[in-house]
Design a protein around this ligand. Structure first.
Ligand SMILES: Nc1nc2c(ncn2[C@@H]2O[C@H](COP(=O)(O)OP(=O)(O)OP(=O)(O)O)[C@@H](O)[C@H]2O)c(=O)[nH]1
Length: 388
């Protein structure tokens, strides 16, 4: 399956009452959202949101109710999308060119992202474009302190929309914006009043841009926004000074500590040397098996010893999307960059575990099979270069 033929999916998340439906109500009226399929995951029997969304000929709105997509209804997403697309085609309408999934306010978006990678039918038809998270300007700080789900929604997002900014002044807005930036430094922030925001600002955060038919590596990875830890520095300091790898962690990567003792860490781990496939696989395997639940999101551009072209990796918790081989001209150097957003996992732990596996001498080949979703499967098959 070519990347260019996969339908982009935007996941719209945000805590209860944060303004998701208000935003969607605006979006469905926009010309740029024509031919978009909107999936609303309601929790409970009465799908009020569905009644609120204005329907038009261009948009199909389907509703999944009675349960939360992230907890109980995983099989239902592919079923819902299949049925919706079948009925569009039966009516003589085109298949959707975009899907927007609005989650329940309490949903952890990570399982939904995993579903897009692991469900065979979904993985062959859809690709994640962006996770968009609404944060209520008036209640955001309190919600963030009190609810783990809210922290995870913010940490995993590509775009953060601070809604209801008409209700607060700068004195309240600035600390919230700073806190969001410390949890998720790479996510762009937008202020929104009554859902008034062009949907075009929200799409196109994915690795592959459909409109230009190009890979956009730096816009996707945004590694420059993170504090950086160099694998080589970690080694050097320990050898020369007898310090620990924690010494190599810059102060700017100190965690955002929330009231419930959750540490959200966002950092970029850089490796200048080419990495052997074994070291990569063993490192990621160990990280995921020991602390997969706490790995909220991982994106990486990796340069391996056994191949010229770089690979793009994208993981959510313990699940990885199949590696995507990229054309060499997408990158400027051969430094591997891993962006981690973690919960209660210190950057030093990630760095130390990497050191544990380097150097290694054997080489294997990474699979690009869409069903090979775990790092454990990275070494199984020959690459097929399907995504190029
Ligand atoms: N003042 C103000 N109110 C807003 C704004 N955006 C949304 N609201 C109001 O906030 C309330 C919640 O908005 P919704 O769009 O229903 O929020 P939601 O995230 O879909 O809510 P759930 O589905 O319960 O999670 C509604 O009464 C909206 O009218 C805004 O920018 N300013």
């Amino acid at each position: 399956m070519q990347f260019s033929t996969l339908t982009p999916v935007n996941v719209l998340t945000g805590f209860l009452g944060s303004g998701k439906t208000t935003l969607l109500n605006r979006w469905v009226r926009q010309a740029s959202m024509q031919n978009t399929l909107i999936v609303i995951n309601e929790f409970g029997d009465i799908g009020l949101d569905h009644q609120l969304i204005t329907q038009s000929d261009e948009q199909a709105v389907v509703e999944m109710s009675s349960g939360c997509l992230c907890c109980t209804l995983r099989g239902d997403l592919s079923r819902t999308l299949k049925q919706a697309i079948d009925s569009l085609l039966a009516e003589g309408k085109p298949a959707p060119s975009r899907v927007v999934i609005e989650t329940t306010g309490l949903a952890d978006p990570a399982p939904i992202l995993q579903l897009l990678m692991t469900d065979h039918w979904l993985a062959h038809r859809f690709q994640l474009d962006s996770v968009v998270c609404c944060v209520d300007a008036a209640n955001g700080e309190a919600t963030l302190q009190a609810h783990r789900e809210s922290q995870r929604q913010i940490a995993i997002a590509d775009r953060l929309l601070i809604t209801k900014t008409d209700l607060v002044d700068e004195v309240r807005l600035t600390p919230l914006a700073n806190q969001l930036a410390s949890i998720n430094p790479a996510a762009e922030q937008w202020q929104v009043v009554n859902g008034n925001l062009s949907p075009e600002l929200l799409v196109g955060a994915g690795l592959f841009r459909r409109d230009s038919q190009r890979y956009q590596v730096e816009q996707w990875l945004k590694s420059a926004r993170y504090s950086v830890i160099h694998a080589e520095d970690v080694k050097h300091e320990e050898k020369q000074q007898g310090g620990s790898s924690a010494d190599a962690v810059p102060p700017s990567s100190q965690p955002t500590l929330t009231r419930h003792g959750e540490n959200i860490n966002a950092f970029c781990f850089c490796v200048e040397a080419l990495i052997t496939p074994d070291a990569l696989e063993n490192w990621l395997d160990l990280l995921m098996s020991l602390m997969g639940e706490k790995m909220l999101r991982i994106k990486a551009i990796v340069h391996l010893t056994d191949r010229d072209e770089p690979l793009a990796l994208h993981g959510v918790q313990h699940i990885f999307h199949p590696p995507t081989p990229l054309p060499m001209q997408c990158v400027n150097d051969r430094i591997s960059r891993f962006v981690f957003i973690t919960q209660n996992v210190a950057p030093a732990t990630v760095a130390q575990l990497y050191r544990f596996f380097t150097p290694t001498s054997t080489t294997t080949t990474l699979s690009t099979d869409p069903t090979a979703n775990s790092p454990t499967n990275l070494s199984t098959n020959s690459p097929t270069n399907e995504a190029i």
